[in-house]
Design a protein around this ligand. Structure first.
Ligand code: ADP
Ligand code: MG
Length: 325
């Protein structure tokens, strides 16, 4: 999960933490690291932190914080096509609040049980500031089939699961950055922000079907940009094909565009696959009861553009791809 200062996070990681790893190990740069444990299985590992005030508002229900702390990590396993096997939890707390801890634990454990990802260890300490929650998840995946960011090919379709924009609008409403006459809107969109669902079944179903995948934690354009950079490709996205959450229809067009293309906290999968797999992918969507939208094409030109309904390049409200600037 990104810090809020744009792309500098990735520069820091490249500069200080990307070092040599053995040839059969996948190191920093993908949704999970992969370490082989047998010829057909690698351990998939990912860590994500949640900081009070940065990744969740202090007023958020403890149960939701517990759920989300695990869900955002499971989402990285989903993005590799890995099956969860366990997790650890490191907690730094400013005070002992039993009511909060009971809620947090209930939310965390319910999701751990539901996804077959038992909590097997961790660390607990005092924090001098807000709460810091750090989760590490472990999963298993066949390394030959794992959905890596560097596996997109020119000519691939680009797909997105579920819908886009709901969590971003919910966050803006909660922070008072957005006014709407629709009094029920926040209540309808809030679950997307507070109880995201990691697409574990989808990720595993896409093994052998999709090429590259990433989970949309930092916004579709930025996260697709990671696939493009890792795969040395470009992309065309069709704005009208993007699965905008239906409840965004009443918002101003610029707000919707920002939520759909740049809004984070989505935890849906963006993946690429050969056009020959369209029928297979439609069948997976049917079986899982999950909307899968074909939203663009991968090309070899190393630029990313978003086209409107008339085929004209959209003027983007916020930022472009840093990577190709
Ligand atoms: P995600 O959004 O999928 O969780 P991030 O954007 O947080 O991924 O991180 C990008 C990549 O950099 C990931 O492969 C992650 O494991 C790696 N990474 C992030 N921070 C560090 C670090 N301090 N040391 C080593 N690798 C890191
Ligand atoms: Mg990720």
């Amino acid at each position: 999960m990104a810090v809020q200062q744009g792309a500098s996070e990735f520069e820091l990681i490249r500069r200080y933490f990307v070092g040599p790893v053995p040839a059969n190990v996948l190191g920093p740069g993908d949704d999970c690291a992969l370490i082989p444990i047998s010829a057909s299985a690698s351990l998939a590992i990912s860590s994500d932190m949640l900081l009070e005030g940065r990744h969740f508002l202090s007023a958020t229900a403890a149960d939701a914080v517990g759920h989300k702390a695990l869900a955002v990590n499971l989402s990285d396993l989903a993005a590799m096509g890995a099956r969860p096997v366990g997790c650890t939890l490191a907690l730094a707390l400013p005070r002992v609040d039993h009511a909060w801890l009971a809620g947090f634990s209930a939310g965390f454990q319910a999701l751990a049980q539901q996804t077959g990802c038992p909590l097997v260890g961790g660390d607990t300490t005092r924090s001098d500031t807000g709460s810091v929650i750090s989760v590490t998840v472990l999963g298993l995946v066949d390394p030959q089939q794992a959905l890596r960011r560097d596996a997109a090919r020119a000519g691939d379709d680009i797909w997105v699961s579920g819908s886009l924009g709901a969590a971003d609008v919910a966050l803006r409403l909660l922070q008072g950055e957005l006014a709407t006459a629709d009094t029920g809107l926040l209540q309808r969109l809030r679950p997307y922000l507070e109880y995201p669902q990691a697409r574990l079944e989808l990720g595993q179903a896409l093994l052998g079907v999709a090429h590259a995948a990433i989970d949309i934690s930092d916004g579709l354009r930025q996260d697709l940009g990671h696939i493009l950079q890792a795969s040395a490709c470009g992309a065309t996205l069709y704005y009208d094909a993007l699965p905008q959450h239906p409840d965004l229809a009443g918002l101003a067009p610029e707000l919707r565009q920002q939520a759909v293309l740049a809004g984070g906290d989505v935890y849906e999968l963006c993946f690429t696959a050969s056009p020959a797999k369209r029928t297979a992918i439609a069948a997976i969507g049917q079986r899982l009861g999950l909307q899968l939208s074909r939203v663009g094409t991968i090309n070899s030109q190393r630029i990313c553009q978003v086209l409107d309904g008339a085929g004209k390049a959209l003027e983007l409200v916020r930022g472009g791809f840093d990577h190709f600037a």
